[in-house]
Design a protein around this ligand. Sequence first.
Ligand SMILES: Cc1ncc(COP(=O)(O)O)c(C=O)c1O
Length: 361
Amino acid sequence: MARPSWDEEMRAAAIATLDSGQWVKGARGAAFGLAFANHCGALGAAPCQNGSSALWAALRIAEIGPGDEVIVPSFTFISSTTCVLLVGAKPVFVDIEPEYYCLDIEQVRQAITPRTKAVIGVHLFGQVYDSELVELCQKENIVLIEDAAQAHGATQEFQDGSIRTAGAMGDIGCFSFFPSKNMAVGGEGGMLTTIQPRFQDRIVGITNHGRSPDLEAIQLGSNLRMSEVSAAIGLSQLSHLDDWVALRRQNAEQYTNALTNHPSLNAPKVRPGSQHAWHQYCIQTSEPDKFVTFLDERDIDARRYYTVPCHRQHVYSKHPQFTTTLAETEKASSSLVAIPVMHGLTFSERQRIVEALIEYD
Ligand SMILES: Cc1ncc(COP(=O)(O)O)c(C=O)c1O
């Protein structure tokens, strides 16, 4: 399902960093933050330890804590929602759209109360959330935290005609560089981004014990800094991101063509006006286990996503929504199978997958 890229340029960048003796708090981290902010059109960006700590930090920066509610999807990776518990606030789970698996705007609207302080919108599988979510949060004065852990390079056209990239579609963006993601850093890693001047210094400060440039601790933070070696590898990987996402799009297009009029498999849909980043290519089928076994027999990796929605996981057993039925969430969790769509797929690997899709009935 995943094969991180590693080449001579990345190896040289890592070794040069180690040789320099500057292993933490150096120019590479600062350069990676700047380059990443430029890539997504954000005002600023701060490298950090992983996507989960970025989400925790985003909630802290937005000053969310006990007594506050945060609207989240349940059909997502667990840390998109447990970050809310970690700051002592209450996650409020809402359902997803049937076609794109992102937050359903109408359901978000209905879930807003005077205690709602933030929404965590997830660009699931690399498909961006509805741009109406941005407008809704602005209108309601709610902080929009963008979980872009799966969406490096995704874009969306907004109603004013502007095209925005993931990381610049909310107030604070959170990325992961886990090795399976669209780009990586040679270990664990994450990035905070913001388009808001009021958060620009804080995203950097929170990763460094909440300290200001003169070392006064002005907010509660921790050591969330990325190592210089990871930042050097990340800088090199970032220079390939657009090409890699383009390859993912080509792979996805071939699969979608192969699935046209398929008797039992439905290709994922792409939101009009958006460019999918294809972190995962998830096929919808009424018999997901049968499909996974079929692929497994042909030595093709496949994985079901996310079979137990977040609000049904044990950590939420005392949450008031633990037994709530979220119809579209349940449907997605019982029918989606991801197949390899990574940029490093070879021609013959992709052919083998396409042939298997056509053969399956
Ligand atoms: C949607 C989503 N959010 C958050 C995360 C957390 O990122 P990390 O694993 O880097 O902590 C992930 C990672 O898998 C993810 O897929």
